[in-house]
Design a binder for this molecule. Structure first.
Ligand code: AMP
Ligand code: ZN
Length: 117
């Protein structure tokens, strides 16, 4: 079923508390935690508690939940006092997606180049 937890999913395990993470925010529908391999002073992942493989699948299945991720991105930025930040949804292996439970990377706290490469 779309949205159901997946046994082999690392981020479902973080949601369930079976894998530790440095959680910075939690809402009824989302969890935000620090990336284990940070690429910027602030590098937080915001995920829905429900399992969807990527941003497009999530947006099609549950647009309100997709919007929850974007609202939480701003909350994370506010908590880390970021004036500017970047939100990245890597989608597909060619774009660097390695965990197939949708996650927004929130990056900030340093200069961010554009285009990102
Ligand atoms: P992506 O490559 O876009 O799928 O992003 C996956 C992200 O998850 C990477 O930036 C990893 O560093 C991060 N990551 C992997 N395992 C963990 C973990 N146990 N806790 C926090 N972040 C993780
Ligand atoms: Zn999952």
């Amino acid at each position: 079923m779309p949205g159901e937890p997946q046994d082999d999913c690392l981020f479902c395990k973080i949601v369930e508390g079976h894998v530790p993470a440095t959680i910075v925010r939690e809402t009824p529908t989302t969890v935000a935690f620090r990336d284990i391999n940070p690429q910027a002073p602030t590098h937080v992942l915001v995920i829905p508690k429900a399992h969807y493989a990527n941003a497009a699948v999530l947006a099609a299945a549950d647009p309100a939940l997709a919007a929850d991720l974007l609202r939480e991105a701003q909350e994370v930025a506010d908590e880390d006092k970021l004036e500017s930040y970047r939100v990245v949804f890597n989608t597909g292996t060619g774009a660097g997606q390695t965990v197939f439970h949708v996650h927004a990377h929130i990056l900030g706290g340093r200069g961010l180049q554009w285009p990102p490469g």
